[in-house]
Ligand binder design. Structure first.
Ligand SMILES: [Zn+2]
Length: 411
């Protein structure tokens, strides 16, 4: 099936399909063509060109986009969108002065989410989570990673990951799942953290892999959560099952997370609010994609990952939502794009590349998504907003996506 989209005011994000990521100064590059047509074939981008061309390509269907702009589908490489309910009560506690760590110590935080998720009916949890994924897609996200980590027991972690796979089957977006049993230590293992790590390695991980429920392994490597040594043990165990690593690192302090990510060959190290020269050097000598989560910094009022320092050091950088009920209740990557600019001093072009091609790279999906390139999945969205690369993050808090086109619907 060939579909020809015509009368496009601008197509943004055209990138050579051999380019796996953008780093340093190249991150400010976004290729745009104006007054264009776009051809898809069997669900993939096939070609594009100028409306002034004498012959437009032949197609089975011709769709005029009436002067709108086209952007590639956004890639949300870090979410916790399967959860029982929002935690707005804790948010109010924080507004009254309690810290995230104090709330966690008082039985709130991740453990509160775990308690509520364990007792929640699976069908209802699925419906709630599916609703959220659909909201993400409406905002232009066409690839979404989903983590477990609010179960913290074999049964409940499996429940979460099965829901993740069920969502994958029932939406047309690309969905990837991540096992995050090491998100926090559950109450039944309180004071026995090493025993919980052994339980994950010996019991949970084999059960998750036996059902093929996860695409990656994640660990919350930070102060008060899991140590670098425990993290390495967990990631090495996951590697034996062929699960690549993506980890939570350096959110609460300089805690060795980046170094562990590099040592374990992790695909990404996410958060990075607290990093110094040593971490930058470590990233430079690795294939780890640094990922910033500005929604968390905004919502918790903590420092932002030093995007400017990272990019100016010649490194790549990606952004994701960290969508979760405790520290980042945002499912809109356009808003994350805006925060990348206004709070992290990234250029609109840099932040755009951070939620498209570089985010795709953090999932090692850059060969099939993340830019408009021949042969990649025809995931894209259209907007009435003119000069979209600059205007979408500028005019924040509005959903600029008029229609989201998913590859699976184009085939
Ligand atoms: Zn997270």
């Amino acid at each position: 099936m060939r579909k020809l989209f015509t009368d496009i005011k601008a197509i943004h994000g055209i990138e050579d399909n051999t380019k796996s990521l953008l780093k340093g100064a190249e991150m400010s590059r976004v290729v745009t063509i104006h007054d264009a047509w776009l051809l898809t074939e069997n669900g993939n981008f096939a070609n594009w060109g100028s409306m002034q061309d004498s012959d437009l390509p032949k197609a089975d269907e011709i769709i005029s986009l009436h002067g709108l702009e086209v952007l590639p589908g956004l890639v949300d490489s870090h979410t916790h969108c399967i959860f029982a309910q929002l935690r707005s009560g804790e948010w109010e506690m924080r507004l009254k002065g309690a810290t995230y760590e104090e709330i966690a110590a008082a039985g709130g935080g991740i453990l509160n989410s775990a308690y509520k998720l364990r007792i929640m009916d699976e069908e209802w949890l699925y419906e709630q989570s599916l609703w959220r994924v659909k909201r993400m897609i409406e905002h232009g996200s066409t690839t979404i990673e989903i983590k477990s980590g609010y179960g913290l027991s074999i049964e409940s972690e499996l429940k979460m990951l099965r829901i993740g796979r069920r969502i994958e089957k029932n939406v047309k977006a690309t969905i990837k799942t991540t096992f995050l049993g090491a998100h926090a230590v559950p109450p039944e293992f309180k004071g026995r953290q090493d025993d919980y790590v052994a339980h994950i390695i010996n019991d949970m991980l084999p059960a998750v892999c036996a059902e093929g429920l996860a695409d990656h392994m994640d660990v919350f490597c930070d102060r008060g959560f899991f140590t670098p040594e425990q993290t390495l043990l967990l990631l090495e165990a996951a590697a034996k099952y062929g699960l690549p690593a993506k980890i939570h690192a350096n959110e609460l302090g300089i805690t060795g997370g980046v170094q562990v990510a590099a040592k374990a060959g992790a695909w990404s190290a996410d958060h990075l609010e607290h990093i110094g020269n040593e971490e930058i050097e470590c990233l430079r000598n690795s294939e780890v994609m640094p990922v910033g989560l500005p929604g968390t910094s905004y919502f918790l009022d903590i420092p932002y990952a030093p995007a400017r320092t990272i990019i100016d050091a010649g490194l790549p950088f990606a952004l994701a939502s960290d969508f979760n009920p405790g520290s980042s209740p945002v499912c809109n990557l356009q808003m994350v794009w805006s925060l990348g600019c206004s709070r992290m001093k990234m250029l609109p072009t840099e932040a755009f590349n951070a939620i498209t091609l570089n985010a795709a790279r953090s999932l090692r999906l850059e060969k099939s998504i993340g830019s408009i390139a021949a042969g990649k999945q025809a995931d894209f969205w259209i907007t009435e907003t003119h000069n979209a690369i600059q205007s979408v993050p500028y005019f924040f808090g509005v959903n600029h996506a008029k229609t989201v086109y998913l590859s699976a619907n184009q085939a």
